[in-house]
Write a protein that binds this ligand. Structure first.
Ligand code: ZN
Length: 253
């Protein structure tokens, strides 16, 4: 399985428009972060987790020309706003499969009503095949995916486990019985927003605590704000098996 980090930044991305913060002004490409998303590939299959406002550019940058589906973690703008840009894939492939909690499907339907409309459809509007994700394992082709249920402040959010790899973003609290689903996972990705605590995201300390609880072989941090610091500095401060993800990073699992 191959994982590509398409984006590793928090909701505004890094740099933030107009910001004079040193991290936003950094010349290091690793300090430039689009909104969070990953590509999960195995055999001939390609799935995207979330499609935020940078989706179009992320597909171009990663030279992704075919997707088998999009899996959503939750409905916040930084995770869904690129949905209109499924059009080129729809024109090449036909209906696009999407996987999400029923509340997220409803939110997509509200924001992108022209995609879901059955009458008086706008010419060229894409169509999708909706798959409702419940808190139980489901199949993506031949691969079993295990949802990990958590809370993003008060909002329910799904992380996903794909065999030895798990991807959790926008988590603040996770019940122990959900953490147990991550037992023996080899590579864990989890959100770490910044140093100070935040109402709806793990800060660095909480992310590291969570990682030691899960105890994977290696862990990567994502959904990063400029307030976490420079990539190089933060990376040096991390435990041996924990790394900062960066845009374009690829892992083979
Ligand atoms: Zn987010």
């Amino acid at each position: 399985m191959k994982i590509t980090f398409l984006g590793t930044g928090t909701s505004q991305g890094i740099p933030i428009i107009g910001s004079k913060h040193p991290v936003c002004l950094s010349a290091n490409p690793k300090d430039k972060r689009l909104r969070v998303s990953i590509l999960v590939e195995w055999d001939n299959f390609t799935y995207v987790v979330d499609c935020g406002p940078d989706f179009r550019y992320q597909m171009l940058r990663s030279k992704c020309v075919k997707i088998d589906g999009i899996i959503f973690t939750h409905e916040h703008s930084d995770h869904v706003l690129g949905f209109d840009d499924i059009r080129p894939f729809y024109y090449m492939q036909g209906d696009i499969s999407i996987y999400a909690h029923k509340r997220v499907l409803k939110a997509l339907n509200k924001r992108f009503d022209y995609v879901f409309k059955t009458k008086n459809r706008y010419p060229g509007a894409p169509t999708v095949i909706t798959n409702r994700v419940k808190n139980e394992p489901f199949m993506l082709n031949d691969l079993e995916v295990v949802p990990i249920n958590g809370k993003h402040d008060e909002l329910q959010v799904f992380g996903y486990r794909f065999n030895d790899f798990a991807y959790l973003t926008d988590m603040k609290t996770i019940k122990n019985k959900e953490v147990e689903k991550l037992k023996d996972v080899k590579v864990l990705v989890v959100n770490a927003l910044r140093l100070k605590p935040h109402q709806s995201h793990f800060n660095l300390e909480e992310a590291l605590e969570f990682i030691s609880k899960v105890n994977p072989e290696t862990a990567y941090l994502t959904h990063i704000s400029h307030l976490l610091g420079f990539h190089e500095d933060v990376e040096k401060s991390l435990p041996e098996n924990v790394f900062l993800a960066y845009d374009g990073l690829q892992l083979t699992i």
